[in-house]
Write a protein that binds this ligand. Structure first.
Ligand code: MN
Length: 233
């Protein structure tokens, strides 16, 4: 048993619908540019989706307020289908990919859009735009035994106004192809979450905004945006 110089931080985890047990989060992978209408609203043409990551401790439970983050004045929501991995694998063929899925949830890939635009313009990585504190709200996971999510309405409301609406069947890479591509780059492990990309309709948030987002058959994700983080000192 290791002895630590101070207690390690608590393992990040996500709720499981209908269970008191929790899903321990290992890594958070994200797919960008996976819906054609969102790629066009970002000013590009559909090509290959991209991968990026968020830290595991960026997860935020359903109903918990997210502070408006520092260093941005263009803080965006992105409703996404989240795929939770329950079985390890490398180089997983698409036909076997769903065997590795533990379950599914609605998630929000919160983004500092101004920092992302600056990074894109300079050819820099997206970490500070995507992988910040509290950037990954996730509702309860629905285990795959209740069915895999291959289609269904995906939507996001801000202050009760519908902003995003599409169908997860419109993803350029479906879940099996995301898992196949990602497992060629990394060994997937139980505890990995994969945010699968957002459709069109992203936009800016303000402190006090109330978000509701969902995917047919999955728990609705409810998030409020808290006050701006003020730098100490
Ligand atoms: Mn996204």
């Amino acid at each position: 048993m290791s002895r630590f110089v101070f207690p390690p931080t608590e393992a990040p985890s996500v709720a499981i619908a209908g269970s008191t047990e929790r899903f321990p989060v290992h890594r958070i992978y994200c797919v960008g540019l996976n819906y054609s209408d969102h790629i066009r609203e970002m000013g590009s043409e559909p090509g290959s989706p991209v991968f990026f990551m968020k830290p595991a401790d960026a997860v935020v439970a359903n109903g918990v307020a997210v502070p408006y983050p520092p260093a941005t004045s263009n803080f965006h929501y992105e409703i996404e289908l989240v795929v939770a991995i329950g079985r390890a694998g490398r180089d997983i063929p698409p036909a076997r990919a769903l065997e590795h899925v533990f379950g599914y949830a609605a998630g929000n890939d919160l983004t500092r859009r101004d920092l992302q635009a600056a990074a894109k313009a300079r050819g820099q990585p997206w970490d500070i735009a995507k992988g910040f504190d509290y950037s990954a709200p996730v509702a309860a996971l629905r285990p795959a035994g209740a069915g895999h999510v291959v289609s269904g309405r995906i939507w996001m409301k801000v202050n009760a106004e519908l902003r995003q609406e599409s169908d997860v069947s419109r993803m350029l890479w479906d879940v099996p192809h995301i898992i196949a591509a990602l497992s060629g780059l990394y060994e997937l492990l139980p505890g990995d979450l994969i945010f699968s990309g957002t459709p069109a309709g992203v936009g800016a948030l303000q402190p006090g905004d109330v978000l509701e987002g969902g995917i047919d058959g999955l728990e609705v994700l409810r998030t409020t945006i808290g006050p701006r983080v003020v730098a100490a000192g």
